[in-house]
Design a protein around this ligand. Sequence first.
Ligand code: AHG
Ligand code: MN
Ligand code: MN
Length: 337
Amino acid sequence: MKGYRIKTLNEFVIERQAEYPYAKGELTRLLHHIGIAAKIVHKKVNKAGLVDILGEAGAVNVQGEDQKKLDVFADEQFISALRASGECCGIGSEENQEIVTFDDDLSKEGKYIFLMDPLDGSSNIDVNVSIGTIFSIYRRISPRGTKPVLDDFLQPGIKQIAAGYIIYGSSTMMVYTTGRGVNGFTLDTSIGEFCLSHQGITTPEDGTIYSVNEGNYVHFPEGVKQYIKYCQEKDTSTKRPYSSRYIGSLVADFHRNLLKGGIFIYPETAKAPNGKLRLLYECNPIAFITEQAGGKASSGNQRILEIKPDSLHQRIPFYTGSLNMVEKVESLLKNNN
Ligand code: AHG
Ligand code: MN
Ligand code: MN
């Protein structure tokens, strides 16, 4: 009888490494350590209702938002796992105002820099709703053997070497790309391994779900208002009206739309003239994954991955998901400019 053999994340990454003739295993080690931190955070998230890790940690993060204990915990876990990998020379994180640079000789030789939103969707922690981690990896520009500098982190998204997210949902999953398609791994808690469960993820060109915080409707640009009305109109040939789904965790909202087909929108508003989401560690990694899955990611009038960042925590309006849905809202934004 032919036995069914699962493929773990580490096996998959090593297998793929062989496709890159000059690869020395550095990215492989990095991804392995991301997996370790993800498992530790998974464990903590699963106990969130039981132990005293809920509530504010007492600090306020660089965005001026209250920092929950799990944000801090996840931040620390990813930083220490990446430091231990020896392949990463520095980290940019939502939870740290400045870049974190590693001083030890091994890390200074590391050629990668890492950007992350360690805990995305933190308002959903204490109500048992899915949350996530988002990450992005670049090759440093500064010479190896030195401390990384801010410019290493301010590269446009097209320079990403890899990007991914972990969703702590009804199962914990890691989804990532290295620019050759998108693959998803589900954590099998009985063996403590991420196992290949979604190979070669592609997103439908036309979706039927729109995800936006409609409570902010009055503050939206005219083009977005018109697009929402378009989503709600009846037209059986285009399967409208669409379904509205919004959790308030980018990772969870995006993950559902990626698999089912849909659009995620966080536009600029009067209160947030540049939108809310952060270019470097929320929009760029998600944009890389979207494009690799056949979708599109835009600021409304520009491809997200081509934007040259000017600061670490910069925000940007974000429209991402099924190709034709994003193009439709872009055309309405243009007509109403
Ligand atoms: P974070 O928890 O990392 O601060 O991110 C929250 C983000 C994102 O996950 C989500 O899409 C968005 O904020 C929700 O914002 P609103 O509550 O304004 O809809
Ligand atoms: Mn976030
Ligand atoms: Mn966060």
